[in-house]
Design a protein. Structure first.
Length: 347
């Protein structure tokens, strides 16, 4: 791999999904944007803050379209490409679809980064697309001040198997398929305070494709799916609650976490996005009185290429936990349930 004395994580003001605009800012910017009621073929637009747009072609096929890109959260160029690609493809899986092709989105400070480093980023993304069985069929590149990489991804789904974030039902059980703490790890990386074992753990999680979403969508007992990324488990959980007209109840003790997430959070390795997230949606979250600040930061921690949050009928949840573990998601766990009401309550 090409080497550079510049650390990728130091070339950007943020990293990974921590770069996302805060939820409140995004809502303000989109407030006057048109929605899709005039287009009956548009099954999913921006009305419910879902993971991707979905356009129905016929009774058997709908097209899923999404895009995601960000700045480096790791210094290894190949790993950065892999993480960014895995994160972008996840939106297709979160809708219950199969990806069919991708377009690369590339912005690089070409006067500061060697060509070999940029090639490594592209090759990392290509390697993940190969794992997903899709081509990188083209793309667009610009010269930019900070390094940016991601994908636009197209997928397909049978409309009957489409899974929105708006269909959770009272009585459902909530499952999370990956551990939390990615933002805390990336904050430590940026300060050069995480050893290689910790970096490897984070990369392993963030490059694990959420392909299990296709299997989940085959089960009618699975009502709703979303992926947990930059707004944290509370933010994306709140999107499900708002879209579905329900209350999500999350057991903080049951949340799966990367092995050092708690320690890093308590040591103060917290991203700015975590604070912005809480400021944006904290009024709609009920926390227990004994919740310490570090734990609240973990609940708001921006996840890059995080797991799937799944709302499933209660009697099907145990079987799905077994299937998820067998499929290579060892941290998958039941984290709470769905009730009548609104907002998110943390126990």
């Amino acid at each position: 791999m090409a080497q550079t004395d510049l650390r990728l994580s130091q070339l950007s003001h943020g990293g990974g999904c921590g770069c996302k605009l805060a939820p409140a800012v995004l809502r303000e910017l989109l407030a006057d944007q048109p929605v899709g009621q005039m287009f009956p073929q548009l099954l999913v637009g921006n009305e419910t803050a879902d993971d991707a747009a979905v356009w129905q072609l016929d009774d058997q096929t709908a097209v899923i379209a999404t895009t995601d890109f960000f700045m480096p959260m790791v210094d290894d160029a190949h790993a950065f490409g892999r993480i960014a690609a895995t994160n972008a493809i996840s939106d297709i899986y979160a809708m219950g679809g199969r990806p069919i092709m991708a377009l690369a989105i590339l912005g690089m400070p070409v006067d500061r980064l060697p060509a070999g480093t940029i090639r490594d980023i592209l090759q990392g993304g290509q390697s993940v697309c190969a794992e997903a069985g899709i081509p990188v069929a083209g793309g667009h590149s610009i010269d930019s001040v900070e390094p940016i990489y991601g994908l636009a991804v197209i997928g397909i789904v049978n409309p009957g198997k489409l899974r929105r974030n708006a269909d959770a039902q009272p009585g459902d059980v909530l499952i999370l398929t990956k551990g939390l703490g990615v933002g805390h790890y990336s904050a430590a990386i940026k300060k050069d305070a995480l050893d290689q074992a910790g970096i490897d753990e984070m990369i392993a999680s963030t490059t694990l494709l959420n392909r299990i979403g296709v299997d989940l969508a085959d089960d009618p007992a699975v009502r709703a799916i979303t992926d947990v990324t930059g707004f944290g488990i509370l933010g994306h959980g709140l999107e499900v609650a708002r879209a579905s007209g329900v209350r999500l109840v999350i057991d903080r003790a049951a949340l799966p976490r990367l092995s050092r997430a708690d320690d890093l959070a308590q040591a103060g390795f917290v991203t700015g996005a975590s604070h912005r997230n809480w400021a944006a949606y904290g009024d709609d979250i009920t926390l227990p009185p004994d919740c310490p600040d570090w734990q609240r930061a973990l609940l708001c921690d921006p996840q890059t290429s995080g797991g799937l949050l799944v709302s499933v009928a209660a009697d099907s949840a145990p079987g799905w936990i077994d299937r998820l573990h067998e499929a290579g998601y060892p941290l998958a766990a039941v984290i709470g349930g769905v009730e009548q009401g609104g907002g998110v309550t943390v126990l």
